[in-house]
Ligand binder design. Structure first.
Ligand code: 5GP
Length: 206
């Protein structure tokens, strides 16, 4: 029987290290990663179609109107959204798909697809979070302050996630996440095809 792909969302405070972790999961273990659309301006080194699909506000709003996004949210003055086609194609092909998105979007996807697993990544403490944001050096101080403020708001919703993983040591965190993602295949919700097949077989027996 073909393997059933899982859909997992990885969220975390800005500066928690999600981007690096997700890159490692894709490189080392071959997960399919959804590339989001955003109206944010590219950071130095970011590549169109690899990090994001960079859109104008008008283009993004057109994607919303044409129902091309599974979800979208506004985050610190910019739109971010998940294009529908790629995610659906990969899941149908039996791939395990990761979405690296923020909390409002994550909760919307969970509502639409309840079998989605929500994983939250956090640094060990808040001073470490600020240190990582400052070290990244890609944002102005006021943007960092707004991202910390946003993290404070997000903290109130962390308990809505299915799993919380601390990113203290990067390699260890990547291994823990890969083990967690592998174990998600055992969830009954992620084995609907197998359950259907076995039920069908039993139904033949008089
Ligand atoms: P950044 O500007 O640091 O790349 O991303 C800011 C936030 O937007 C991060 O928390 C990131 O996970 C989130 N994000 C990225 N893509 C999407 C998306 O498609 N939808 C939603 N809802 N959030 C996203």
């Amino acid at each position: 029987m073909p393997k059933q792909g899982i859909l997992a969302i990885i969220s975390g405070f800005s500066g928690a290290g999600k981007g690096t972790i997700v890159d490692e999961l894709v490189k080392k273990y071959g997960y399919a990663l959804s590339i989001s659309a955003t109206t944010r301006t590219p950071r130095a080194g970011e590549v169109e179609g690899k990090n994001y699909f960079f859109k104008t506000k008008e283009e993004f709003e057109q994607m919303i109107n044409e129902n091309k996004l599974i979800e979208y949210a506004k985050y610190v003055d910019n739109y971010y959204g998940t294009p529908k086609d790629y995610v659906m194609e990969q899941i149908d092909a039996g791939k395990d798909v990761l979405l690296e998105i923020e909390m409002q979007g994550a909760l919307k996807v969970k509502e639409k697809f309840p079998e989605t697993s929500l994983i939250f990544i956090t640094p060990p403490n808040v001073s470490e979070l600020r240190r990582r944001l400052e070290k990244r050096g890609t944002e102005e101080k006021d943007v960092i302050d707004r991202r910390i403020k946003r993290a404070k708001e997000e903290c109130l919703y962390m308990h809505k996630y299915d799993y919380v993983v601390v990113n203290d040591d990067l390699d260890e965190c990547v291994e823990q996440l890969n083990n967690l993602l592998k174990s998600l295949h055992f969830m009954a919700n992620n084995q609907k095809q197998l359950i259907n097949e076995i039920t069908k077989e039993f139904n033949i027996i008089k």
